[in-house]
Each structure stands twice: as C-alpha cells, then as structure tokens.
Design a protein around this ligand. Sequence first.
Ligand code: DX5
Ligand code: ZN
Length: 219
Amino acid sequence: MNQYIISTSILSADFARLGEEIGAVEWAGADWIHVDVMDGHFVPNLTMGPFIVETCRRITKLPLDVHLMMEEPERYLEAFAKAGASNLTVHVETCPDLRGTLKQIKSLGCKAGVVLNPATPVGEINHVLGEADLVLVMSVNPGYSGQSFMPETIAKVAEVRTKLDALRSSAWLEVDGGIDLETLPLMKEAGATAFVAATAVFKHPQGPPAGVRTLRSLL
Ligand code: DX5
Ligand code: ZN
C-alpha cells in the first residue's frame, strides 16, 4: 500500500464506459475507487447503490472506498459489505449512535470510516477517533462533483491530524471535494494521507491516466 492514497471518484466517470474508465485509473496507479452513494435526502443528489458497488467489484481488484451520504446508513451496511465494499464511511451528521455504527461496519469485515461536513466541528467525532480506520474531512458541501474547494477546511484537517497523532492512530485522514493540483499540496501539508478526486481525474483534458499521474507527482 502506498504511503499516500489517491481515491478516484467515479462520480465524474462516463458510466457508458465504466469498465474502461476504472481500468484506466487502475492502470495509471490509482489506489482506491471512491463510490459516492447519495440518497436524495441527506444530500440533494441521487446516485448509486449496492448494485454499482457490486459492478465495480467485478471490474477491479482495487479497494472500494464507499462514501455513504445517506440517512440511516446502518440499514444498508450489510448490503454494501456483501456487494464488496472495502471501506464504509458514514457521516457523523446521520449517525445518532456513531460508535455502534462503526462497530457494525467492522463486524461486517470492512474498514470503518467517519466523515464530517464542512460545517461540523471536529469535536463531534472525538469519542470515536480511537476506533475509526479512516476519518474523512469534506472540503465541499457533499452532493456534487466539480465544486470549489473550501479553504477553511484546511485548518480542520490539521486539527484532526493533531488529534490522531496524539492517539497514535494510524487511521487514514482523507479529504474529498475540489482536490486538484493546487489544493492537494495544501491538504497534504495539513496532514491528509488520502485524496479523493473526481473532476481532476476523470475530466482531465489528457484523460484519466494523466489525471492520476498529475496528482501522484505531488505526493
Ligand atoms: C461530493 C463527493 C465527492 C465528489 C468529488 O459530494 O463526495 O467524492 O465526487 O468531486 P470533485 O473531485 O470533482 O470535487
Ligand atoms: Zn465522496
């Protein structure tokens, strides 16, 4: 496993050619495939479910980094695990029993991730920082790819980094939203170790492999 992870979000892929798109980023050295699950309630957009995860599982050997932007994610964890998810990341804003939900994810054999919206303070996840395998800090309001990076989230990444280090946690610190060749170095400097990118990869003018290589060259 690389020291730094590039997790390519298929939200900006051409779904008519999903197999080729995933094959291209895998060939170029992407580490994870990021699947953005949106329910039309927690976020305005409606996207993919376990069926797409199962499809990706057949296309690639890369870990599937499944980001659950949905209310009541615990109702679907088993379905996503069975479909082949590797990481299941839930929003603190949707989980009244966050510790229990992370435990449920681990019992299904997946890595347990927790994610914070830009407006949610880091303190909201203090009680689970020692248990999370991955902490994701959103750098846009979730819902769509192609949005502008929010610079105020850099300080949040630094705050999470300090807390994880104090706990001697080896959890991945992931960032998601507006990550490109300008913002990735800022987030790396703040302490992020995993970088989600949709537009910067799948909409790269020279194609997805060039997008992956450009980001990798910064790590
Ligand atoms: C946003 C999603 C992101 C999105 C990132 O709600 O969680 O994963 O695909 O897209 P870009 O990289 O274009 O900001
Ligand atoms: Zn995402």
